[in-house]
Ligand binder design. Structure first.
Ligand SMILES: *Cc1c(COP(=O)(O)O)cnc(C)c1O
Length: 375
């Protein structure tokens, strides 16, 4: 028995989204980003499902995430490790593909590989404007060329990352792509068979020119959307939410007018009210910032969260909504009775992005996997 909040993952929706990425990108190879436990959806389950669907490669942030996948039996597909500094011994042992973003790392990996009589495949990160890691697209060209002389590594790919492909104003994304393509033309003679990739989810949905040799989406595989609402997108980009988050009503009370609800007395009843207590709080990953802002779905109706969200529970106003019994199901994210609450809506109410919402709810709650179609 869990705490009351439960996450359902639809592998059918995941399949739909993966196949949609293939359609939108004209069958490009897909590097599926499954970092942070597949954005809270469960990396092993998601990666196994994607492996069955024929995904080209997986992407994680840190080596332990990759090891977890290898140990779970995901052996055949390459795993790109976006950020970690990994020992050559582990790279070889677990067949990982590190993203290299500094000459020093490449030298070390090459030297260690040679000692073991091996050559290690690496992808090289180019900073075209993300400002995080990577060889600078304009300053570090000689350093990139020098990688071709390292005997212990073979550059099989290049990556870059957009900093704002989700904005309607695409001028900076276009500039990043232009820088990347310019570099590609300069380096393609030296690194003949390298796979060039830059497209994240936003670019998959809206920027076909950036799809190049492979695409590297995360969020859209999980059916969420980071684009500005007015952002033009490819017509058929109807991704389906993979995660549903449910809770239940613990308790219901009739409360007179003028009573304050929860910590800080931020909500006071303006009428005789029916107040429900939901078994979800910020300990379950439901952000406290949603206090007095979010609504939930009960019996196919929206009910507003009232007062501060507590660690373990939150209050809802049921007065206009529903005469229900205790233990009735509450939908925090998902569909019911033709109505829907998305992770993006929750994120907007909480002043954050859907990534953070999915990860915080998905990682702390028990997850079940189902193949039936919710949508
Ligand atoms: C997280 C990440 C992605 C995926 O981004 P989405 O916006 O979820 O598609 C791709 N590449 C890198 C390097 C990342 O860090």
């Amino acid at each position: 028995m869990g705490r009351g909040t439960a996450v359902e993952i639809s592998l059918a929706a995941l399949k739909h989204n993966y196949e949609l990425v293939k359609v939108l990108t004209n069958n490009r190879r897909v590097i599926a980003t499954v970092k942070a436990d597949a954005y809270g959806h469960g990396a092993i389950e998601v990666a196994s499902a994607l492996e069955k669907l024929g995904v080209y490669c997986l992407g994680v942030a840190y080596a332990p995430e990759a090891l977890e996948l290898r140990q779970a039996g995901i052996q055949k597909i390459p795993i790109l490790v976006y950020f970690d500094n990994i020992d050559a011994a582990d790279i070889i042992k677990y067949e990982l593909t590190p993203i290299v973003y500094g000459a020093g790392t490449a030298d070390t990996i090459s030297a260690e590989a040679l000692k073991q009589n091996r050559q290690i495949d690496i992808h090289v990160d180019i900073d075209t404007g993300m400002g995080r890691v990577g060889f600078l697209y304009d300053r570090d060209i000689e350093g990139i060329k020098a990688l071709s002389r390292l005997k212990g590594v073979r550059v099989t790919g290049f990556m870059s990352h957009f900093s704002e492909a989700d904005l309607k104003d695409r001028s900076f994304a276009e500039l990043q792509l232009e820088r990347y393509l310019h570099l590609r033309s300069e380096l393609s003679g030296l690194f003949k068979d390298a796979t060039w990739h830059i497209a994240n989810s936003a670019a998959v949905m809206s920027f076909p020119a950036s799809h190049l040799d492979a695409v590297r989406p995360g969020l859209v595989l999980y059916g969420s959307d980071s684009l500005e609402p007015s952002h033009p997108r490819l017509e058929t980009a109807d991704f389906r939410p993979v995660m549903t988050v449910k809770s239940r009503i613990l308790h219901i009370r009739r409360v007179p007018s003028g009573r304050s609800i929860s910590y800080g007395r931020t909500f006071v009843t303006k009428r005789a009210s029916l107040v429900g207590v939901v078994s979800t709080g910020y300990a379950d990953g439901y952000p406290r910032a949603l206090s007095n802002k979010a609504h939930v779905l009960i019996n196919g109706q929206f009910a507003p969260i009232i007062g501060r969200i507590c660690m373990d529970v939150a209050m809802v106003d049921l007065t206009d909504c529903c005469d229900i019994k205790e233990n009735t199901e509450v939908i925090l994210i998902g569909r019911q009775g033709g109505k829907e609450i998305t992770a993006s809506e929750i994120a907007a109410w909480a002043g954050t992005i859907s990534y953070e919402i999915l990860i915080s709810l998905g990682r702390v709650n028990s997850r079940t996997y189902c193949c039936d179609e919710h949508y």
